[in-house]
Design a protein around this ligand. Structure first.
Ligand code: NAD
Length: 367
């Protein structure tokens, strides 16, 4: 048996509920292929604040350092929302984790099965076959991290605030590489999104991406689009895109828009890949559902576990190199939805199953 060593951080709200069943599905899929899950579970987010006084305890970070990947649930909830912003679970746990492990590349598949088009706010005739786009977002640079970042009082009594948007060529090249690899496994098309008509960083972004693809991936069809147009085009005709490549803030906004047009957050997974290689000589990564802790349904056992299960599949693909096993899980999820087995968020008023029943049906379809 080969061991797959990762850290499990279930977090708050529905996090532990969907994590529990996702681990069962992962165990079942990998066992047949001769792999054993070797994981330990650690506190993060609100529960870590309650138990250890901080959202990201040192012991959690240490356990993650010793693992080859992190399977993350979600953090936050009403109990902690009155804390100062810097102590809020999401900001005090996820951002430091991204920074600590240099998770510079966020991969967000925007996949909506044809059976679920009714979950999308878009008109169904625009997306008769569902949606299939991937957004590759730079995650550790740009205006969210650039320095200086400050608020200052002016001599005339006015106040001004400042953020700095900054990118290096090497930062742009390494995220361009991730987009190129993603495009090669799909439709071979990349649309790089920027604001090169206004921003200096975007001028460098466009030049660097153009040169990088010309030199290393001339076979990939590369196009460029301004971010304001990209936001409109996503809502008008999302399938015109194959892979969207963009910087941190634009990616934050566009990937959330993509999440909305793809219907339920319960179906959407994501991967954030790091700079270094793990002990398997593959990228270290953090894998998590796109949604949050869903306080409105937490504790009821009815959350959709698909996003967590699909995040586990991404972990197998990127951090353990087990592409076939990842595809097997993705196919089982798809088949389950095709069979009409649905949690409440994707049932459209029809009878629904609970979290455990959904996972059991997926597990059966692995066979
Ligand atoms: P949310 O994503 O938790 O919920 C939005 C809606 O989507 C809710 O109606 C919820 O029931 C539904 N939903 C989400 N995931 C679902 C699932 N798996 N199955 C069925 N329905 C699902 O967003 P929110 O309500 O804005 O945030 C709630 C909390 O989560 C906040 O504290 C927020 O800070 C936190 N949050 C955390 C993360 C993260 O950990 N990465 C991301 C987003 C929000």
């Amino acid at each position: 048996m080969k061991h797959l060593k990762f850290s499990v951080l279930p977090g708050d709200g529905i996090g532990p509920e969907v994590m529990e069943v996702a681990l069962d599905v992962l165990a079942s899929a990998t066992k047949d292929a001769g792999y054993a899950l070797d994981y330990s579970t650690h506190d993060v987010g609100g529960i870590a604040i309650d138990r250890h006084g901080k959202a990201l305890p040192e012991a959690t970070v240490k356990a993650c350092e010793e693992a080859d990947a992190i399977l993350f649930g979600s953090v936050g909830g009403p109990k902690w929302e009155n804390l100062p912003p810097a102590e809020q679970p999401e900001r005090a746990a996820l951002l430091p984790l991204r920074k600590h492990f240099s998770l510079f590349a966020n991969i967000r598949p925007g996949l909506l099965y044809p059976e679920l088009v009714a979950a999308s706010p878009l008109k169904t005739e625009r997306i008769p076959d569902g949606i299939d786009v991937v957004c590759i977002r730079e995650l550790t640079g740009g205006i969210y991290f650039g320095q200086p970042k400050e608020t200052r009082e002016l001599e005339d009594g006015d106040v001004e605030a400042l953020d700095t948007m900054i990118y290096k060529r090497t930062e742009i090249e390494r995220i361009a590489e991730i987009a190129a690899v993603a495009a090669k496994s799909r439709g071979n098309r990349v649309c790089s999104v920027d604001k090169a008509n206004v921003l200096t960083t975007s001028v460098l972004w466009r030049k660097t991406v153009t040169e990088y693809f010309k030199k290393h991936y001339p076979e990939i069809e590369l196009s460029h689009m301004y971010v304001d147009n990209a936001a409109m085009q996503l809502a008008r005709d999302p399938n015109q895109f194959d892979v969207i490549l963009t910087e941190n803030m634009f990616g934050d906004i566009l990937s959330d828009e993509m999440g909305i047009i793809c219907g339920s957050l319960g179906m959407l997974c994501s991967a954030s890949l790091g700079l270094g290689k793990n002990r398997q000589d593959l990228p270290f990564g953090l894998y998590e559902p796109a949604g949050g802790t869903a306080p409105d349904i937490a504790g009821k056992g009815i959350a959709n576990p698909c996003a967590q299960i699909l995040s586990g599949a991404l972990m197998l693909r990127y951090s353990f190199g087990l592409n076939d096993l990842a595809t097997r899980i993705e196919t089982a999820v798809r088949k389950t939805v095709e069979q009409g087995v649905r949690t409440g968020d994707i049932a459209f008023g029809n009878p629904s199953v609970n979290t455990r029943e959904m996972a059991d049906a997926i597990q059966k379809n692995l066979k």
